[in-house]
Design a protein around this ligand. Sequence first.
Ligand SMILES: Cc1cc2nc3c(=O)[nH]c(=O)nc-3n(C[C@H](O)[C@H](O)[C@H](O)COP(=O)(O)OP(=O)(O)OC[C@H]3O[C@@H](n4cnc5c(N)ncnc54)[C@H](O)[C@@H]3O)c2cc1C
Length: 614
Amino acid sequence: MGMFSRRKTIHVDSDVLVVGGGMAGCGATYESRYWGRDLKVVCVEKANIERSGAVAQGLYAINCYMGMQWDENKPEDHVRYARNDLMGLVREDLGYDIARHVDASVHLFEEWGLPMMRDPETGRYQREGKWQIMIHGESYKPIVAEAARKAATEVYNRVMVTHLLMDESKPNRVGGAVGFNVRTGDFYVFRAKAVIVCAGGASHIYKPRSVGEGMGRTWYAPWSSASAYALPILVGAKMTQMENRIVLTRFKDGYGPVGAYFLHLKTYTENAYGKEYESTWYEHTKELVGDYVDHLPVPTCLRNHAFLEEMKAGRGPIRMVTKEAFQDPHKETVGWENFLGMTIGQAVVWASQNIDPKHINPELTTSEPYVMGSHATCSGAWASGPSDYAPDEYQWGYNRMMTVDGLFGAGDTIGGSAHKFSSGSFAEGRIAAKAAVNYVNDLRNEQPMVSEGQYEDLKQKVFKPLETYEIGRNEIVAGTVSPSYLLPIGGLQRLEKIMDEYVGGISSHYMTNEHMLTRGLELLGMLKEDLDHLGAEDLHQLQRAWELQHRVLASESVTHHTLFRKETRWPGYYYRGDHMKLDDTDWHCFTLSRYDQKSGEWEMEKAPVYHIVD
Ligand SMILES: Cc1cc2nc3c(=O)[nH]c(=O)nc-3n(C[C@H](O)[C@H](O)[C@H](O)COP(=O)(O)OP(=O)(O)OC[C@H]3O[C@@H](n4cnc5c(N)ncnc54)[C@H](O)[C@@H]3O)c2cc1C
């Protein structure tokens, strides 16, 4: 028995357990109540749902809205758009399913009090681009959280979920989850008939550009710690497209968004000599990807590619031409408000670097890679599709159920379905919840069996870093370096360095190959061995320790997928130096992986891409 086994264990039984109360989690909680009036719906969140997840700071635009009430777009149009942006590879059934439902969710946001901007002439929502509508969104997350709070039977804030539980009465069926309260240290055992994982994407698995005094500043939320992937991976759920990490072109040093600038303010980019540069790289890009370069809009990764090549040619920095647009006082206001509503840090960076975009064209840069499933990228779990639309091969049960029974997901968690953004993630949470409620109802009185042995073993494991630290610190007089434990920050920096140098991060210009990936896997293996000796001096560090565990597992998955796909499908996101060209003959497919916790082995396979929309 470890010295921390005396910690209090709190048991919570539920019908539907939602892990993560961000956009998808709030959607899932809200909808579980709608379909499951009498069910016990529990939402568990490591922060506080009031201001948690990637939308915590607010947003200035809702990036996924069809506008079907005004015949602006059809769901099929959105599928075509996402497919084109992802170089042909998306789960069209999942994308269509979100697109056909997303508008209703946006209308709910407005009903709940989210201030929408309207076009003064047409009275419609103010468009920023074909898919984006503009909002006064500083309070977007609290508004959405209120609906979830009212719908949930219970919300557990400040509880980090570390592992899923499995039903011992039936193979391959989920039984709930465990975690700990990051403030009190109480251990939680959540037994549930259905679990919906909505735990966001992954930042900080690659070394960020912001290090040293800028450390902690990343584009995706620093608290997005890959639990959405690690939790399902650990219990053997299949993952897809984990190699499809995303790199963002953003304002330098603050990662400020560029969407409103390009789309609404009509600003544009140029190289250091004031020249347009994308056309310079047209022939070169065509050599790599063929006709995809001629598609409109030009896929996000290919625009990054031209940016990177121009920088490598020595004609950087690349700047956003703001000086013209900012002469218009309305546009100047929109430009600043865009940051104040969602990335206030960029305004602070500009102020601190004497950049007034009215007089100086600000620099852009490409970010470190991130792993997520809801932006212009689609890493995540392999999920069953909608019964009325998905091909047979994509259907093995309930909508959005993973390859583990009773385990559902939404938002960044689910792979293959890019461009959901905040509204689509919320809508997907609702879709998953409706299916999860059906699953629970179909179980009738059947309860998952979770033995004391299962959760007590996990309890020992979860608190072990506190124990390791408590014992190990006696071996040193002062300082933070100990021969017998590894602090989470040291482990995180090692992870970021491995991923950066071997798996296509910023320092190698996103380049990797089989040799580098193989070495990367060896080093990740050594890091995993050392994770047994993680030391945590307090509960805050214990959370960091488990976030690191989740990040490492997700990184291993990314590396295996990158090794498996022998082509460069998304130049500008990453490059396989040994397979520099896109290869539609062999790789117009999804990559799938399955991790075996016992052996530590990864099984890789291909799955077909079905084009349902013409
Ligand atoms: C910088 C930035 C700009 C963006 N701009 C836009 C935009 O302009 N418009 C737009 O529509 N979308 C935008 N998005 C995208 C949008 O924010 C995401 O698509 C959406 O938030 C994804 O929803 P999610 O529920 O999957 O993840 P999140 O909303 O991030 O929620 C995940 C939740 O899980 C919790 N969690 C994580 N791990 C655990 C754990 N182990 N235990 C318990 N809880 C856990 C987190 O705390 C969090 O609350 C932007 C995102 C970022 C980062």
